[in-house]
Design a protein around this ligand. Structure first.
Ligand code: DGL
Length: 274
């Protein structure tokens, strides 16, 4: 048994879709969340920059008592992979593999769509992960550079015309291929779930990368007897690199409830250098 916290990070608010699932699977765990809101988006940046940011984000958690670190960011997961020089010695997971595993297990026609940030799509990491599990599957991917800014700016209502148009634009080529499973390969995208599901139709199943990572964390901690002994609800503590107010105002959309717990602003570059 282990009462340390679970550390979760993302470039911004998207990783909260993973926290939502962690809270529901393991309500007694303490969670420390870092959202790099001053430097979002990561997904349009170079590999070198993403690696540098990921290294700093992970260094932040080394200053806390965490038993596992979750990169609730597909962009980081796809660029960093399992590079121990960056991920370090604390048990670590990204969102990519858990999402790929679930998609492979539920597809019936062997056609999986993936939408993600430009950086993630460029690595081809989802496709590689899927074909490692089931080589016969065809993967149709598309990068969606506008979706993260749309979501971070709060255009998330299911009737929002900007969000609807962007979703249609990016999903049209994937829908045309007749996929029966679609990976929301960026943790920001589940906030647009209704719009995406509505456009793809009821025969296409959506896989949320953040939620799948949370399920993986639950099974890892269970298998390794690392769940908390606490019998009372755990605490969520949030750290951001930009405005606390903006974060607190928008976080509810991702968490599906109002933010409960404290939020602090940090200077990530300075902290990581200490
Ligand atoms: N939420 C992140 C992801 O899963 C990244 C968004 C971004 O910063 O571009 O890829």
């Amino acid at each position: 048994m282990n009462n340390a916290s679970i550390g979760v990070f993302d470039s911004g608010l998207g990783g909260l879709t993973c926290v939502k699932e962690l809270n529901s699977l393991m309500p007694n765990e303490n969670i420390i969340y870092f959202g790099d809101t001053a430097r979002v988006p990561y997904g349009t940046r170079s590999r070198e920059t993403i690696k540098k940011y990921a290294g700093q984000d992970i260094a932040f958690f080394r200053q806390h008592d965490v038993k596992m670190i979750v990169a609730a960011c597909a962009t980081v997961s796809s660029v960093v992979g399992t590079d121990k020089n960056i991920t370090g010695d604390i048990p670590f997971t990204g969102v990519l593999l858990p999402a790929a595993q679930t998609a492979c297990s539920i597809t019936r026609n062997g056609k999986i769509g993936v939408i993600a940030t430009p950086a993630t799509i460029k690595t081809g990491a989802y496709g590689k992960a899927i074909r490692n599990i089931r080589p016969e599957i065809s993967v149709i991917g598309n990068s969606c550079p506008l979706l993260v800014p749309i979501v971070e700016n709060g255009f998330t209502d299911k009737d929002n015309q900007i969000a609807r148009l962007a979703v249609e634009h990016y999903l049209k080529p994937i829908k045309k291929e007749g996929v029966d499973t679609l990976i929301l390969g960026c943790t920001h995208y589940p906030v647009l779930y209704d719009i995406i599901a509505g456009y793809m139709g009821e025969n296409v199943r959506l896989v949320s990368s953040g939620a799948e990572a949370a399920k993986f964390v639950f099974s890892y901690l269970t298998r390794n007897e690392m769940l908390t002994e606490r019998t009372k609800p755990g605490a969520d503590t949030f750290y951001v690199s930009d405005s606390i107010q903006m974060f607190n105002e928008n976080a509810g959309v991702y968490l599906g409830k109002n933010i409960k717990g404290d939020t602090f602003e940090i200077d990530i570059e300075k902290l990581a250098a200490e």
